[in-house]
Structure formats: C-alpha cells, structure tokens
Design a protein around this ligand. Structure first.
Ligand code: PAF
Length: 302
C-alpha cells in the first residue's frame, strides 16, 4: 500500500485482499513509517449504506483505509444468528473498490481465535446496561475482537457507527482504560427516507414488518419532542413514546431507556444531553436505534 497520493493525482484503485495477520502488518508498515494516517473500519461484512458512510468518513480523514470483514462468533448470543449472518465477499469487495478502500482484511477464524483462546476483554458497567442485559456475553465478544483487530491492523483511527451507541461507548471505554493508541471516531446513523436506521437485519423483515419498523424511530422522536418541550421525568417521556410502539401490536419492546451518553445508565431526571435508546423485536428480527437529545437552553436556567 502506497501512502495515499495527493487528491489531485489520479489514483488507480486496487483493493488488496489480505487474510493473514503478518501480511496486513507488513503491507501497512511503509504507510506507518511514512507517518501517514491509517484509518480502520471494522465490519462483519454485508456492507450497506451505514458502512459506506464509515468508509467515506475514513477516506476523508485518513491517508490509507483498511476495512476488515470478520463474522465474530463470540458476539452472537444465538448460534443460529451467526450461521444466518449474510456473507457476500465479492459484493463487499466491489463496494470497497468504489469507495477508495486500500486494504480489505478478511482473516480466518483460526487466525483470530487460536485455540484455546484464554484472554478476553470485559468492559464492566457500560456493557451491563441496555443490550448487555438481553445479550449476555455480546459486548465481551465485541470488545475482544475489536482489541484483536486493533493489534493486527494497528490503525491510528477507527470508525464506528452511532447506531450501535452502546458498542461505541464500550469501545471508547476499553481504549481509554487500556491506553490503546487509537482515536475512536463516531459516525452518525444513516436512515432510510422513513427514518428506519439502516442495518443488515432490515433485509430479514417481511414487507409488512418493514412497513411497521419505522415506528421505532417515531417513538424516539416522540421522546425527544417531550424532552425538548420540557418534560424532565424519564417515566413521563417513556410513557408517551411507548404509546407509539404499543399502537403496533406486532412490536415487542425489549427496552426503551433514557440514559447518560457515556455510561449508558438510566438517568433519574432528564437534564443536559441524554441518549434515548431502544430495542424491539419485530417478527424474527431484533432492531435497535437511538438518538441524542440536548436541552442546552434549560441548562442555563437550572
Ligand atoms: O459493528 C459491528 O459490525 C461489529 O460489532 C464489529 C465492531 C465489527 C465487531 O465484530
């Protein structure tokens, strides 16, 4: 991989597909030695507009862009979900090529998890809230694989979607607490025109479920409006938002919470900036979403 050429040069775009750890390190060594910024987008593949936004952001702010594709078994709570996860490496390669990715790193499971794998990363507290309550071991699997990938790629910056806000908080905390020299960049959620957050799971919704799914975003917006209108009781905010979800009998709510954006702990009173986060089940699909809401004008008075 050559350090990226200046933007007014013509770049011949070749995505290098690498599956071995020593290879990815040696390919990136000259970029690192030239003090060029390596931007990294870890993914599980099946790339969609949300991933492409991360890649575009990495391409804008880094000299070389590395994307990893690795479907990580330990972060799946159900074996069936792991098996069903879409794999489409050819399509992903073409998307990487058209979005300026320099290296596509797709390690085999044996390289990532030599057996027995005895070292795991547990990020206490922030992992235990929200999704952590419903998906035991999920964030341990995410934190461990992200740390492993950071050791393999050794990026300067890594890009994660705000749609998975709790994952982003877990990773920020891991990097801070373990002094990992990687800057974590959060990238805003990409939505369909009806507000549904883009996710690889959306493809598993039936037509009827797809028509119902935007109720999740409407409920988040309803909560945000309550907060902006001055409601400070989380229970009152949640009651209004839950009415939106309850109007759709096929939606099963896993959680709907108003939390502080760093620790992801439910707040006793709404003030300052909060994150409204929710998870629902719709047919066979679990959907999550969240939005950040601030009431700065009230802070001045309080
Ligand atoms: O967000 C994802 O796709 C995954 O959780 C990640 C960060 C690639 C780890 O497997």
């Amino acid at each position: 991989v050559k350090p990226r050429l200046s933007t007014n040069c013509i770049r011949i775009i070749i995505v290098l597909v690498i599956s071995h750890i020593d290879e990815v390190r040696s390919v990136l060594a000259p970029v690192r030695h030239a003090s060029r910024i390596i931007g990294f987008v870890p993914t599980m593949g099946a790339l969609h507009a949300g991933h492409l936004r991360l890649i575009d952001e990495a391409a804008k702010t880094s000299d070389s862009v590395v994307v990893s594709i690795f479907v990580n078994p330990p972060q799946f709570t159900e074996q069936q979900d792991y098996q069903a996860y879409p794999r489409q490496i050819e399509t992903d390669m073409a998307l990487c090529r058209s979005h300026g990715v320099d290296v596509l790193f797709a390690p085999a499971i044996e390289e990532v998890y030599p057996q027995p794998n005895c070292a795991w990363i547990e990020v206490a507290s922030v992992s235990e809230q929200l999704c952590g309550k419903f998906r035991p071991g999920h964030f341990r699997g995410v934190a461990t694989v992200v740390m492993k990938l950071f050791q393999m790629v050794q990026p300067d910056r890594a890009y994660f979607g705000e749609k998975d806000a709790q994952q982003l908080s877990v990773i920020r905390r891991m990097v801070r607490d373990l002094n990992v020299p990687v800057a974590i960049v959060g990238v805003p959620t990409v939505r369909e025109s009806d507000g549904l957050a883009i996710s690889s799971r959306n493809a598993r919704l039936s037509d009827t479920e797809r028509a119902i799914a935007p109720a999740l975003y409407r409920a988040l917006q309803c909560a945000a409006q309550q907060i902006q209108a001055g409601t400070t009781s989380p229970e009152d905010v949640k009651r209004a938002a839950m009415a939106v979800l309850e109007a759709e009998p096929r939606i099963e709510v896993e959680y709907f919470e108003i939390v502080d954006p760093e620790e992801m702990q439910a707040v006793p009173v709404v003030r300052g900036t909060v994150r409204i986060a929710a998870a629902i089940r719709l047919g066979p699909v679990r959907l999550i979403d969240n939005i950040l809401v601030s009431r700065p004008e009230l802070n001045l008075i309080e």
